[in-house]
Design a protein around this ligand. Sequence first.
Ligand code: ZN
Length: 576
Amino acid sequence: MHTKRFLTGTIAFLFLISSACSPQPGPAEQVSGPDLIVLNADVRTVDSTTTHAEAFAVTAGKFVAVGSSGDIRDLARENTEIFDAGGVTVIPGLIDGHTHLVGGSELAVGVDLSQIENKNDWLRIIREKAASLPDGEWIIGGAWDHNLSDGILPTKEMLDAVAPNNPVLLEDIDGHTSWASSLAIELAGITADTPIPPGGEIVVDPVSGEPSGIFKEGASSLFRGTRGLAEAYDVKAGIKAAVKLANNLGITTVHDMSENFDVFLSVLDDGDLTLRVWQGARPPRGSEAEPSDIFADMSQERHRIRKHVAALEQTESMGTLFDIGYTKLIIDGVLSVHTAMMKEPYSDDPHTEAEPFVTKDRLNAMISAAHEYGFPVAVHAIGDRGVSWVLDGFAESNARPGGLANRIEHIEVVTPDDVERFASLGITASMQAHHATCCVGNYVIDRVGRDRLPNAYVWRQMLDSDVDLVLGSDWPTSPFDPLIQMADTMHRETRIDGVVRPWDEGNTLTFEEALYGYTQAGANMTSWADEIGSITVGKWADFVILDERVPENVGRQLEERQVTATYLAGRRVYPR
Ligand SMILES: [Zn+2]
């Protein structure tokens, strides 16, 4: 822990001379001060030259001074809004390094049951949602996990009791199972005799012989086209709700992995994209076209989008809010269902060998074509063999379009020799802490065994090996709340043998490291590294006010802190 340096006097006082080109300010300029000043705060700047400050000033959406309360107060003029923070912590706008906004939008407009253990709490939330909607309107969302509660699949009767007049259709946390109410099943015209799509299953109540409300895999598609359902899934409304939710949680930038670019542009045109979205474009699913043809098309699309965004007034006054920044590829699956590619057999299923999603040659060809067309590459790789393959691909083609590093997403298991390759190749590790704390004791130990556990979720090993580490959520598979995700990196607690306890504490991070991973580290992966990510003179004034001061050596308690206000380019976006 370093000692706190409060900045006082003129030495630490930084002031951007914005009128450098007009040395003789006119009378109007002499009387006008900053638009906003924040005083008496515990400012964690995430700027290595001045890590702590008490106050800062904002003009025209940018930080123009950072320093002591006394010095910043002196800048105030009649036009200046003054905010006395009363000693609470203020941090840069948070940057989530891995989101699926469109995937999560259903939870944002519908109900979000993720991480909730008690089924009665699920039902309370659904009842409240029903009360807020007109009769007949669908309730969607879900992200429920019966394994967190009693392990028993829920039934349609539970939904009928709390939302009798609204059809309900809720996906589970993995997206493989749907839970529907009687009204939803009736509207979709499904009975026990309905032919089941291949690979699907309609769970039937053993007593009544009727559908129980649970539809597995392809059987969920039976609801497609049901009256009113498509409207409930309106992507534009969903993105707007997801953006609001992000702002409520202190998030001002995301590295997103959604598609629907035109819907994002339309939200932007409406003035509702109060979030900087660094979008990872995915090649068309299942396309077998030549990699260079795929990326030639994608680069045209990127050109069209950049032109649209550049022409907007908001880009001038708030900085870029939407860009196609990189491409997202995928090599393997997940540990939970044994689809992550491992170097050695799964401990609990030695005969299963996970297949790569594409061949090694295809992966390498896609990486080099992406580079040729100026896309930095992010690849989803969870198992240690998957990670190794992607590193091999980057060893073959490791261009840095726009000076931006390539990256691997998730990296749930990685061997020490490959950690060294991250460092030598300059590949960024993009990791999500809650995937560890939720699941190590739940199934990861079963899959990889205790011997390989030291290779799992190696956040500190990455930092100690000089690898750039970007943190994020992978929302909606994991909580969107960055304070929960950052707390996870500090406590590393999981339920092992029925007891919640830390494991492999050598891999925990400090608050400062976690905050860096959720701010400047994410900025460094975008073309906005000098514009966002820290409270620094000249950067866009993206910042977050917390409800209390974060104590030294904070740990799990960080997740109890609340965001009281979020600002994007000096404008308050939460509360609105
Ligand atoms: Zn993801």
